[in-house]
Design a binder for this molecule. Structure first.
Ligand SMILES: Cc1cc2nc3c(=O)[nH]c(=O)nc-3n(C[C@H](O)[C@H](O)[C@H](O)COP(=O)(O)OP(=O)(O)OC[C@H]3O[C@@H](n4cnc5c(N)ncnc54)[C@H](O)[C@@H]3O)c2cc1C
Length: 523
């Protein structure tokens, strides 16, 4: 049996940060346990290749239960399984969300999480190529930079979005989130930069830091109301790892509640049904799950240089020799934030302009050059849940999001798709657009667009809030991320968001990791 002070479960956007930061104190022994491997394959390194990881051995490969408002479809949810977690699979957009998200969290009881309180932590992580400023850090381990080779078509899409009445915005993480621009990405000199690169690799030379890969944590061991360690299988062997101080669960929004429930922390009737001894009866575990629904409108184009040619020998040579060219693209290069519902504090819609056809998570192809204008409903409201299928840790949990259970979401998505069409028909873009592929010319009226949404909506891959910050009756963890009812146990990942931020969720997950480490070290 190996003994540590802290054990962090899961080396993703948040867990890698928690473990790396805790190991900065030479007096504590830190173990980081990750179910996946340590390698960084080429399709993790090359930005434009992220979708080629889907449904491979790099992917946990989840799917939802039949979604009740989406024609009972199962929605595919990729999740990365290796050091760095989804920071190695995501589209690299560095977006923190709205100031109102964090102020809203603080107002709802998450003391210490207001925008003014979290901004210094965002800056602490960040090494922004634009340098230090009121909103940005330049000395942290997380590299953030402007796209090295922005696609001319993306620039045109930015012009098109502006032509529909939105202001230009060169920094979505600055004073104002609303507007249009090219996004900054988590890359270093054109190569993807993960939290493993930033927080784990440099820490590995510390003698007090141990990283265990290929180790699947099955459950926590809880003795007399205290988490004392974790049980994990590695290469077919089951082992126990003891934590003298704390266990931090950072296994992501699906696996974190699964591990808690397998350990007896969750809704009592559900646990009993699966023969699991109840340690803490808390119906909030796995509940309140949120995400951002996604739809990509696609248009055929006469523009040259779309990403369809990204894998040509010329582009491969350009990437490997100069780290420039089409392969440095994060695909969704152009971004807009706007409101479809007047009166919302934060913009409820994020639009992406991609210089390539994008459909069915990138699995579908099109034989002519095309571009996508995608919509991510960042003002989503629907709530779902993660539940166990059985007490077997190897069995995937059952996921339901209840996408579009709130009719207001449908109104926003319809408005978003109409806006995408406006962009395609705007003066700067019109001349490059030859045909609408999705939703397609037949989808003329509101009812056809609604039907198209139910048929084809997917996800922006942002599952969150399944172990949210709240009181003992409303949440799973307190504002210091301590699990209610058990000592020596915290959660730190996208599960703890009280509500999903109005934007992408990697930067907020890194923030959770920073804040968890800061609070633990302060105690
Ligand atoms: C395809 C895709 C595109 C995205 N695009 C963007 C984007 O452009 N910008 C953005 O901001 N966000 C994006 N996101 C979302 C963002 O990456 C995630 O919200 C964020 O990475 C979540 O971080 P996390 O720490 O909660 O979980 P993860 O990063 O998923 O980390 C969880 C880790 O725990 C490990 N683990 C799980 N279970 C166990 C277990 N039982 N034992 C041991 N280890 C375990 C996993 O293997 C993983 O490494 C995207 C996500 C995906 C999948």
């Amino acid at each position: 049996m190996a003994t540590f002070d802290y054990i962090v479960v899961g080396a993703g956007s948040a867990g890698a940060v928690v473990a790396g930061r805790l190991s900065e104190d030479p007096d504590v022994r830190v173990l980081l346990i990750e179910a996946g491997g340590a390698e960084k394959p080429t399709n993790v390194k090359i930005p434009a290749a992220f979708a080629t990881q889907f449904r491979t051995n790099l992917d946990w490969n989840y799917g939802t239960e039949p979604e009740p408002h989406l024609n009972s479809r199962s929605i595919y949810h990729p999740r990365a399984k290796y050091l760095g977690g989804c920071s190695g699979m995501n589209a690299m957009m560095y977006i923190r969300g709205s100031r109102h998200d964090y102020d809203g969290w603080a107002k709802s009881g998450a003391t210490g999480w207001s925008y003014d309180e979290v901004l210094p932590l965002f800056k602490k992580s960040e090494c922004n190529s634009r340098g230090e400023s009121e909103y940005h850090g330049a000395h942290g381990p997380l590299h953030v930079e402007d796209l090295r080779s922005p696609n001319p078509l993306s620039e045109t899409l930015v012009e098109g979005m502006i032509a529909t009445g939105m202001p230009r915005n060169d920094d979505f993480n600055g004073a104002e989130q609303i507007g249009v621009g090219l996004n900054q990405v988590t890359q270093k000199r054109g190569m993807r930069w993960t939290t493993a690169d930033g927080f784990v690799t440099p820490a590995r030379k510390r003698p007090n830091f141990t990283v265990l890969t290929g180790a699947h944590v099955h459950r926590l061991r809880i003795e007399d109301g205290r988490a004392v360690g974790v049980e994990a299988t590695r290469a077919g062997r089951q082992d126990f790892y003891r934590a003298d101080r704390e266990v931090v669960v950072s296994a992501g929004a699906f696996n974190t509640p699964q591990i808690l429930m397998l350990s007896g922390i969750g809704p009592a009737d559900h646990l009993t049904q699966h023969g699991i001894r109840v340690v803490v009866d808390n119906p909030n575990v796995g509940s309140h799950m949120m995400d951002h629904p996604f739809y990509a409108a696609n248009f055929e184009t006469t523009a040259r240089g779309t990403l369809a040619k990204a894998q040509s020998p010329v582009q491969l040579a350009k990437y490997f020799l100069t780290r420039r060219g089409l392969l440095t693209s994060n695909v969704g290069e152009a971004v807009a934030f706007f409101r479809t519902r007047p009166g919302e504090a934060a913009p409820d819609m994020q639009m992406f302009g991609a210089p390539v056809f994008f459909w069915d998570h990138g699995f579908a192809t099109h034989d002519k050059p095309a571009y996508a204008i995608a919509l991510s409903l960042v003002g989503s409201r629907s709530r779902g849940q993660v539940r166990l299928r059985s007490a077997d840790p190897a069995e995937k949990p059952a996921l339901t999001f209840n996408y579009f259970s709130d009719p207001a979401e449908l109104d926003s998505m319809v408005a978003g798709i109409e806006r995408a069409r406006e962009v395609a028909n705007s003066q700067p873009v019109r001349g490059l657009t030859t045909r609408e592929l999705h939703p397609g010319g037949q989808a003329t009226g509101r009812s056809e667009i609604e039907a198209e949404i139910r048929r084809n909506i997917a996800t922006t891959y942002h599952p969150s809030c399944t172990a949210r910050i709240g009181s003992e009756s409303t949440g799973v963890v307190d504002a210091r991320l301590r699990v209610h009812g058990v000592t020596g146990l915290r959660v730190a990942d996208a599960s703890v968001f009280p509500t999903i931020p109005h934007g992408n969720t990697h930067a907020p997950s890194v923030l959770v990791g920073e804040k968890a480490a800061e609070m633990i070290r302060a105690e």
